[in-house]
Design a protein around this ligand. Sequence first.
Ligand code: DUC
Ligand code: ZN
Ligand code: ZN
Length: 471
Amino acid sequence: MTTLFIRSGTVVSSTGVAPMDVLVDGETIAALYAPGAAQSQGITADRDIDATGKYVIPGGVDVHTHMEMPFGGTFASDTFETGTTAAAWGGTTTIIDFAIQHAGERVQDMLAEWHAKAAGNCAIDYGFHQIIGGVDDESLKAMDELVAHEGVTSFKLFMAYPGVLLSDDGAILRAMQRARDIGATIMMHAENGMAIDVLIAQRLSLGQTDPVYHSLSRPSPLEGEATHRACVLASVAGNVPLYIVHMSASEALEAVASARHQGANVFAETCPQYLYFTIEETLAQPDFEGAKWVCSPPVRSGHAHHQSDLWKGLRTNELAVVSTDHCPFCFKERRELGLGNFARIPNGLGGVEHRMDLIYQGVVAGQLSLERWVETCSVTPARMFGLYPRKGAIAPGSDADIVIYDPAAAHTLSAETHHMAIDYSAWEGTSVAGSVATVISRGSVIVEGKRYVGRKGHGRFQKRGLCQYLT
Ligand code: DUC
Ligand code: ZN
Ligand code: ZN
């Protein structure tokens, strides 16, 4: 077993910041020492890494990605190999991706399909959530099996996309009741898809086909309404753990905050695109440029106060997690499917490589503490989805998934330099203070000195337990 000493860094956890040396033995963290204590005890390692002036943080946990996801007649352009390698470059050492079941498909078969795509290809560790697109007796029974035997303990339902993935309120209630019985978490895409489809058809019939109409036909009150409805259904189902994914709107945050104030087991995540982008600066760009920022829920108007509310939610824990909803589609041929009809632009942005940097900018700007950066990007995602303390902790016995982050460095995000398999960057030209210096995954250095030294197949499937905010 190789041993590794990370010396003279500043360890950041969700509860504090302290100068500490970290000893790694094989794949796990063996011990933490006050500065100098290991030397005085004569403890040495096979390799020393000097982390002077740098933060030592638990590797990022991105609980919302879609590698190779089929969507609207095409596929997300990152494979499990390219997407997890890009994640590693950006300081993320675990992802949770989504296996997808549509009505009529066997859940277990679809999970097996996603295992086949990922196995042997990932640079970092990974797990799966299961999307249930067809709630029926069979898929409900499958939920039991996935929780009991497969380490898949969270199920995503859709209130959007009628005829494709949407579950009606009765189906949602049934799945929530099943989840309550087995301790599983329901994840919800909360937008009112029936109303949105009417608004889309009305826009198109008026000849309003540009990308900006994607956002304008998915107004924020319809995210708020669906979020509220999901909270009510979760309460009726017996306070089942409910996790609202990719939250973009103040109205949705209000619904979650109100449910939480009543003691409900309701949680939510947001994503960097909702914290930084506005319609005016992105989707409203002329010609077809705006197609680069089409995602659902959509980017919101800068004239409202969605972004300041989301940052506040992150500070106050009304929003628990930042994920990316990484779902990249190249501009050429994939986005271009929506030329002349915004409704055909595949939905999703690439960002798995940039989450740690982008949320660190919140620390630089005084929006978040260092501890909260680590908590929302690593600790809470791990606890929310049953991976803690294997992941999300710098503590003896935890997996040695460690990022050494240099606050004195800086870089600029660009398609020229990113490692995601996308032919453009939604973040082109964004200046970032701070940078990932070294990434360690289960004791192996996989990124150092601006070089990727990991390998495909290093990443292992992680069976997960239940949400640890309730157990
Ligand atoms: N929802 C997601 O979570 N990802 C991509 C598209 C969508 O609607
Ligand atoms: Zn979604
Ligand atoms: Zn998603």
